[in-house]
Design a protein around this ligand. Sequence first.
Ligand SMILES: [Fe+2]
Ligand SMILES: [Fe+2]
Length: 383
Amino acid sequence: MTQLKTAVANLRQGGSVLAEAVMRGNLKTLATMLGPAYRGFILQRAKREESTPIEVGYTSRFDWHYRRNFPEMAKLYEAAKSGQWNASKDVDWSIDVDPMDTDKALMPFDYFPLFDMPGFTALSERERATQLHGLMAWMLSQFLHGEQGALFAAAQVTECIDGLDGKLFGSTQVVDEGRHVEVFHRYLTEKLQKWYPVNDNLYVILDALMSDSRWDIKFLGMQILVEGLALGAFGTIRTGTKEPLIKEILKYVITDEARHVHYGVLALRDFYLNQLSEHERREREDWTCEIVALMRNRFLAHEFYEEYWAHAMSRAEWDRIANESKIMDVFRVTMFKRIIPNLKRIGLLSDRVRPHYEKMGLLRFEVGKSAPELTASDLLSDA
Ligand SMILES: [Fe+2]
Ligand SMILES: [Fe+2]
């Protein structure tokens, strides 16, 4: 009975995501998202279980000719091999991290959604630093969970992609993502000594792209969208933090992620522009629209809110404040100025879906640089 009650309460909170999808008329997309949404929003499996099994049903592809016929991809593979780093040796783990040290603040006070509200300003400096520590741990925990998803997705796309050059590059991404899991896990456990479970919205996206049998949806979901989300968040934190260790870690990680986005654009460009039927391309457009809506409106640190603010304000009030906060604004700009040009590059920003993006205020980013012209130094200059 308690379980049913919790499920109904979760449905009330997660259900608005589904209602928005219905309003956009994306019923087919909605159907593919129902399983992940049920497992994520309603059952909240990832919060109740130590490990969650997800059935995957996709087709692996062997290549018996071993043809190296994709020079752009081969170049990226070379760059990936020379760009490897060792998370335990190249990062200076001797740096002490003290979340209470305001000279090396984990993030600026005005990044905090409630920074100018009496409930926050009335707190002592130490209490405010404690909250920033919590929020930083929440964000980095989501990176950690996202990186675990990226590790699995990289393994899947390596199996699925056609051609040896793509498979060889994929093998480097598997190693990269493993290293990212290592580095965020170590920072959270050794340095911040606090971490949070996976956010429901992130879980739904990860579940949706893991369980989808279409190889290109894995690329689209992970390499273009989730990697874009991660780059937005990495850039936002790197800009604001004065803590030298996380700054250093993010520099390494951003450099790797730039290659991964590039990989996604290379793998999808020709397939979406020249091989898919119009009907299939539209399905991808609708799917993308829903994931973008989730990414734009839903990463509101609810797990953090429940720990520190649920007693003081309703979740709706928290959502409104968080959505209008400076940190969300910086994060959205950093994220979408990289994602939207990439969507355009692979042909998923047609006139049919432009009004949805316009409504979300995202079309202004379409003129930005896309991969492959977009380089790691562009991404680091965001940060
Ligand atoms: Fe990663
Ligand atoms: Fe990645």
